[in-house]
Design a protein around this ligand. Sequence first.
Ligand code: 5GP
Length: 139
Amino acid sequence: MAETIFKRIINGEIPCHKVYEDEHVLAFLDINPISRGHTLVIPKEPAETLDQLSDDASAAIGRVLPRLCRAVQRATGVQAYNVLQNNGAGAHQAVFHVHFHIIPKPNTREGLGVGWPARKLDHAAAAALADEMAALASE
Ligand code: 5GP
């Protein structure tokens, strides 16, 4: 895996506005925030996408993510927020080191805009798909 800008931030080679750090996790402010308080939460383990992250690193992120969301809420005074996690260039990932965005949504103009092209579920196809995914998830 090529060294990313986030790896350099973890290593202290590039500065950041640090919000939180422990043995496995680092959180810091996004350099181009889409709302005030936009925060990035990253594992120190160098995985490109979430599916490649170890169970231990995932657990470490999961343990602190709600606490960091509360810190963002309290510091900004904004209750609504989105947690965004992009995987792959096609899904708007620009930095190939796993990261979770915590993005306050103070109003309709700031924060994350979401496109949601919902369709009707085909229940027969859905049953087969869910069975296939269930088998894969328990491998
Ligand atoms: P992605 O599109 O990969 O989910 O988002 C990557 C995020 O990383 C972007 O929101 C971008 O502003 C942020 N980012 C990129 N380079 C840096 C950097 O050097 N420092 C910080 N703090 N954020 C960065």
